[in-house]
Design a protein around this ligand. Sequence first.
Ligand SMILES: [Zn+2]
Length: 116
Amino acid sequence: MIEIVTQREVDLFIDKVDMKTASGCWVWQGAIRRWSREPWDGGYGAFWFRGRVVRAHIFAHWWLFGQVPQGKVLLHSCDNRRCVNVVDHVRPGTQSQNIRDMVEKGRARNRHMVQG
Ligand SMILES: [Zn+2]
């Protein structure tokens, strides 16, 4: 596992990120891909890193905080999968937390639709 990234790699990364958004999101401008068949695992940014493709928000975490803790995944509080703002919007959490979040937000959206 790679934890230490070089300044050159960070420069290449930042080149593809728009940090000046009203929402505070750091929006990935590069490629987006579906990573697996899991419903939660699509739409994340793809960053070419040392001969392989990594999720852009995970790279951002390596850059600023190092390795994602064992057993944790990175969760987006802003619901924007292209967001790589690991300072304010993307935090380590558990996968079950992630799924619970999605269900709760889905319910909230449905409720809103019924009322609205
Ligand atoms: Zn965000």
